[in-house]
Design a protein around this ligand. Sequence first.
Ligand code: ADP
Ligand code: MG
Length: 498
Amino acid sequence: MGKVAVGAAVVCAAAVCAAAALVVRHRMISSRKWARAVAILKEFEEKCGTPILKLRQVADAMDVEMHAGLASEGGSKLNMLISFVDNLPTGDEEGLYYALDLGGTNFRVLRVHLGGKDNGVIGQEFEEVSIPPHLMTGSSDALFDFIAAALAKFVGSEPEGFHPPPGRQRELGFTFSFPVRQTSIASGTLIKWTKGFNIEDAVGEDVVGELTKSLEKIGLDMRVAALVNDTIGTLAGGRFYNQDVIAAVILGTGTNAAYVERAHAIPKWHGLIPKSGDMVINMEWGNFRSSHLPLTEYDQALDAESLNPGEQIFEKLISGMYLGEIVRRALLRMAEEADFFGDTVPPKLKVPFILRTPDMSAMHHDTTSDLRVVGNKLKDILEISNTSLKMRKIVVELCDIVATRGARLAAAGILGILKKIGRDTVKVGEKQNSVIALDGGLFEHYTKFRVCLESTLKELLGDEAAETIVIEHANDGSGIGAALLAASHSQYLGVEES
Ligand code: ADP
Ligand code: MG
């Protein structure tokens, strides 16, 4: 070998060595970053932990807050609102009634034909309309006009057979799923907007008055006979079919619960409601908070940047509006601090609420061996391509942490209600069944969430008590429930019987 050749070989070898060193160095960095990403994940998991003991503390706190909210106005973060529903459906309700369901991304207009004794619901038709985003943060006039117009269109297209006899008004149950201070079964004032609605100057507004004004404006002769929310509607709808239903929980965009309380246990209303008998309480449990809730820095940042900071803390941990957003925030941290998706942070990952809970759920339920669904979601929504299987597994783990925490906390909330009404244990010689009606898109579609909620409740109750508690999916029961309550509060009731 000549000198030149030797020299070239040496240079070559040096280059190979350098390249190899680079590769090794690169691997070292990436494994260090990988370790950092895993550390972020593990820390998050730990902070989100919901051991049974903690869940019991949450349930106890819920029970305590329920007592406090019932004792005095403003006595608790839980409003514990009187619904004025003291007679739940018996199954004998009869006639044609309408319902409006407003409280999330879609609103629905329904017509329900009640058959009377033993005949149940003979027929129901509904139409779903999505609310244009600008109306969610505009003026309340514009929102109510839009709703009235949709109702007028629905009624306008119905066959003649549905027209009421001359001189008779159509009657409506209005499911309005925001916190309302009721003043009677068919009137109430708004306490605040939630779930992404941020209507200007509407707090304290007479909800039924506003809707009635819009109905008159559009020339629709319809009377609002009952003002309820989705939990009360679901409870009423559930009771129509099953007299053991004692509570309803909604897990959808937001979350809330209502239950049947003994009237004598409502000190703040003593004298105003009969002490005998029952009263449905709208808990507004989304606003529950407690030092026992496992809040992380991600939750705190989400809350601080939300439309309603400091409020609806329970809702921000467990409801559909927020679960995907929590996952996004954890992923963003991993991208920023551990270059989880490469040297640059994917710009889309910085967009609040871009990762929706249905997409999170789809990733969480991915059963393909290479987690293809996860890969596609990351690509389609966040414009992150070339993810490794290892990375996708981490994403699934994140979804699992967030969904599990939410589901277990929801179960603890339900245990709190059962404790409050003394149904969390089995009393000697007494076999009392309790049914809780659950509804909402999160509960309905997020299977792992639902299964975890149900198994956690069983775990909390223990075998014996668990046998007496049933969770029932009340599919869209709230519309029928509102129509039922309109029927039982119809202005024509006494008239027809006499
Ligand atoms: P709303 O609460 O808006 O009245 P729904 O009860 O239908 O309406 O709940 C809708 C919410 O349910 C969505 O905002 C979403 O968070 C959640 N959701 C819907 N579909 C799914 C799904 N496939 N997986 C997980 N969550 C879902
Ligand atoms: Mg709803």
